[in-house]
Design a protein. Structure first.
Length: 271
């Protein structure tokens, strides 16, 4: 039986609550004796914007890394858009399959570090994966890359390489690169944590515009509490590998039900 986590609200115009696009069923992850996720049951609905908050080491980033197939769960099942990404019986090692790779293509991720090709221009960085992974025609990939760089405010920097750009510009390029793969789900792993304070706003503005102007599913691990409150349909509080509390941002931030959530928010919001 799945432990109760408050479901996300039905979006305006939906006749029925849709099937989740992301589903974790009894997912655990351990490194030796350190259990990072503990029988996690967690769903995200299509088009939903979900922020994951909680202390360092609570398992937040591990969720994203499992979805990106950068980590293998120890046990449990993960499905994305109706397709199995991971299915691991206790003690059985998961294997990479063609289906896993195809399902993985539905997901884009923006990391804390930018992971750009330093010798390539902005345009080439954004074109690279569509051409070599999606086998997209180079002209189509170039046109799409130019559109996306304009979208993130880098239209005047298409010929610049990453070392010629600020950290905020590099992270915006990384967002454009992830969008170029036409993902159904976008993951953000503390996308402003490596930035100087004066550059954080420009990256948050891009994410804010995506959240408000697209129906893309977005899952974000963040320490930017006010930003999470502003853009999220739902906020999930994690602690010690478990979802402690889940609900609309106005309730989580103003009237949390769990003591652990209240303690965490008092600590982070007083700074």
């Amino acid at each position: 039986m799945r432990p109760s986590i408050e479901p996300s609200p039905v979006r305006a115009g939906d006749a029925l609550d849709p099937d989740p696009i992301i589903r974790f069923d009894n997912v655990s992850k351990s490194w030796g004796s350190n259990q990072v996720l503990k029988s996690l049951n967690f769903d995200v609905r299509p088009g939903e914007k979900v922020s994951i908050i909680g202390p360092s080491g609570s398992g937040k980033t591990t969720i994203l890394r499992i979805l990106m197939t950068l980590e293998t769960p120890t046990e449990g099942t993960v499905t994305v858009d109706g397709d199995v990404l991971w299915s691991v019986a206790d003690g059985e090692k998961a294997r990479e399959t063609r289906q896993l790779r195809q399902t993985r293509r539905k997901i884009g991720m923006v990391f804390q570090q930018f992971n750009l090709f330093p010798h390539m221009t902005s345009l080439e960085n954004v074109m690279e994966a569509p051409v070599h992974v999606l086998r997209m025609d180079r002209k189509e990939a170039r046109d799409r890359a130019a559109d996306l760089l304009n979208l993130v405010g880098l239209g005047k920097h298409m010929s610049h390489t990453p070392p010629q750009l600020s950290g905020g510009q590099q992270q915006r390029m990384a967002i454009a690169r992830a969008l170029a793969m036409r993902p159904k789900v976008m993951l953000f792993d503390e996308p402003t944590s490596a930035l100087d304070p004066e550059l954080i706003g420009e990256v948050l503005n891009v994410i804010r515009n995506l959240a408000h102007s697209t129906d893309m599913t977005m899952l974000m691990v963040t320490h930017e509490m006010r930003f999470a409150e502003e853009i999220s349909d739902r906020v999930v509080m994690f602690d010690h590998g478990r979802a402690v509390e889940s609900g609309p941002p106005e309730r989580i931030f103003k009237n949390p039900l769990e003591d652990r959530t209240r303690t965490f928010l008092r600590a982070v919001l007083q700074h």
